[in-house]
Design a protein around this ligand. Structure first.
Ligand code: RFL
Ligand code: PHB
Length: 390
């Protein structure tokens, strides 16, 4: 088989890139190791920036999002029960949309299936070859047979544990990483959300987040120490812990139930540099990871592939390498700004036993600064809703 761009991974990054290239008349094949159902079964991000919403609409994957997505004008922060509403619309004239990653993925998959573009699910032993030269190749196994795809470019959209970044020779790539000493235990439950807007809560017992997927489906998280396992968390224990971390009036109105999903995600910040290796580009979680506190992972993935699609379109259309040469620097600029914001939200809202009482007082001062300073709130709002440099 031959294609112009081989896309490894059918998460949001790979599927969005596929759609963008298709619209630019560039041929691409997506190679995914899991089944389509497995990819759709992963419960992850929930918040889209306006720029992500606009892009999904532009590539014809926005119809259901426009029907079912919920626009939010702000969020609530709480610190030991004291609350602060950050009104994005009033502060920076922007808002965000609550629409789950599962739904985004489904819409992108449906759009791709309707167009007849080729996606290979269930590809085993995916390997990339010769991406430092002009004739890169992808090999994989499926149903006991060996396959090879020759291409011009490879897009590494295969997530943090993927094969693309791992195939770069040691020494050619540097990873910058912080692993946090905790994770998020999340539950999805068919109950109306406790609040109309998201609540990010700092409490001495740990962070908690109240989010949602719809008016009838809620998503809740609590910070748990690294190494905890879901089996240690009965439904009752989860609800009790969540209530204890919210302010009492909110806790009282919380509607609980049997979760339809319960899982623990470790928290990590990670950036790979550079993001281009000859004919291979890294995008999305393959390139960087943020802790979910700023709701940025999915939005960064969409941003990266928008830059990559523009660069490849320039390459095929105008025969110019300017875009692909600038790809790494352009994406890294957005990446580090977003890493900083996600790190800042994380250190403001979680408990870090090792920083002691001094650390807690500094967190309180950070929260109080947000309460008294419009400029501080504006900075949060600008970043949360998605800062993009011109
Ligand atoms: P994805 O979604 O991980 O997709 C990568 C795809 O590549 C496939 N793959 C391979 N395919 C072929 N060959 C290989 N060798 C392959 N290895 C892997 C995988 O099966 C997969 O289908 O990355 P992408 O597209 O870059 O999208 C990024 C987002 O998914 C990610 O940033 C967010 O979901 C991060 N994230 C969250 N972000 C938020 O903004 N809010 C959240 O609440 C939130 N929760 C989460 C998350 C990420 C999690 N992970 C990665 C463990 C919760 C979890 C559990
Ligand atoms: C979610 O709804 O899953 C969600 C929302 C906001 C975040 C992280 C996760 O910051």
């Amino acid at each position: 088989m031959r294609t112009q761009v081989a896309i490894i991974g059918a998460g949001p990054a790979g599927l969005t890139l596929g759609r963008l290239l298709e619209r630019a008349g560039i041929d691409a094949i997506i190679i995914e190791q899991r089944s389509a159902d497995y990819v759709l079964g992963r419960i992850r991000a929930g918040v889209l920036e306006q720029s992500s919403v606009d892009l999904l609409r532009a590539i014809g994957a926005g119809a259901r999002m426009d029907e079912e997505g919920l626009f939010h004008d702000g969020v609530e922060l709480s610190f030991d029960g004291d609350t602060l509403r950050v009104d994005f619309n009033e502060l920076v004239g922007r808002r965000v949309m609550v629409y789950g990653q599962t739904e985004v993925t489904r819409d992108l998959m449906d759009a791709r299936a309707a167009s007849g573009a080729v996606s290979i699910y269930g590809a085993q032993d995916v390997a990339i070859h010769d991406f430092d030269g002009a004739a890169p190749r992808v090999t994989y196994k499926k149903d006991g047979r060996d396959f090879e795809i020759t291409c011009d470019f490879i897009a590494g959209c295969d997530g943090y544990h993927g094969v693309t970044r791992a195939s770069v020779p040691a020494g050619a790539v540097t990873g910058f990483e912080r692993v946090y000493p905790f994770g998020w235990l999340g539950v999805l439950v068919d109950q109306p959300p406790v609040s109309e807007e998201l609540i990010y809560a700092h409490h001495a017992r740990g962070f908690a987040l109240c989010s949602m997927r719809s008016q009838t489906r809620s998503r809740y998280y609590v910070q748990v120490p690294a190494g905890e396992v879901v089996e240690d968390w009965s439904d009752d224990r989860f609800w009790e812990e969540l209530r204890a971390r919210l302010n009492p009036e909110t806790a009282e109105t919380l509607k609980t139930g049997t979760p339809i999903e319960k899982s623990i995600a470790p928290l990590r910040s990670f950036v790979a540099e550079p993001l281009r290796f000859g004919s291979m580009f890294l995008a999305g979680d393959a390139a960087h990871i943020v802790p979910p506190t700023g709701a940025k992972g999915l939005n960064m993935a969409i941003h990266d592939v928008a830059v990559l699609a523009e660069a490849l379109t320039e390459r095929y259309g105008e025969k110019s390498n300017a875009g692909i040469d600038a790809y790494s620097a352009r994406v890294l600029e957005n990446t580090w700004r977003t890493e900083r914001f996600s790190w800042w939200m994380t250190q403001l809202l979680h408990t870090f036993p090792e920083t002691g009482d001094f650390g807690r007082r500094i967190q309180r001062a950070d929260f109080d600064y947000l309460r008294v300073s419009r400029i501080a709130r504006q900075s949060l709002a600008e970043n949360y809703t998605g800062f993009k440099s011109a």
